[in-house]
Design a protein around this ligand. Sequence first.
Ligand code: GLN
Length: 196
Amino acid sequence: MRRVGIIAFQGAFERHAQALRALGAQPVQVRTRAALAEVERLIIPGGESTTIGMLMEREGLIESVRQRMNEGMPVFGTCAGMILLADELTTSAPEHRDTERTPYIGGLAIAIERNAYGRQVESFETELAAPELENRPIPAVFIRAPAVRSCGPSVRILAQFEGAPVLVRQERILAASFHPELTEETAVHRYFIDRV
Ligand code: GLN
């Protein structure tokens, strides 16, 4: 059975585990480098990117995840997870300027703004067209979500919301500004475990 790690310090990790089980994969909670070594791919969930980043750093996981990514491990980041994978953070919020560091893990050639959707609306659900994944629209929950402000040429846009990319892929890195694990729809997880 395919063992898929989920960084499990904080946030929506159990919902990712449910989606993986529904698809016949085995979720593995990752809080240590030893646990990371046991998995073949990794999900970095939503939550608070500063907190998850700090805890990963403390466990030496930032460096180890980077190394595994360089060796070809597929990674899927949702929301805060997308922030941790971004090469660049841009912020217009003065309260964030001191705490932002760029990048945490990095590797994904996007510039991202934290809490960008959150300023107008804390959280909302919508449907997105993602033809590469699914013929019908997929439901997407946004919670104080980051916005992708620019993408490098190696980044493929798989879904957009109001003209901005919200699901992107660069080789073996997949990232979503929204939370696919908070709906019953498993198309994004299926895409990650079968095709990334
Ligand atoms: N606002 C959070 C952050 O900046 C992300 C929110 C989420 O993961 N739902 O880390």
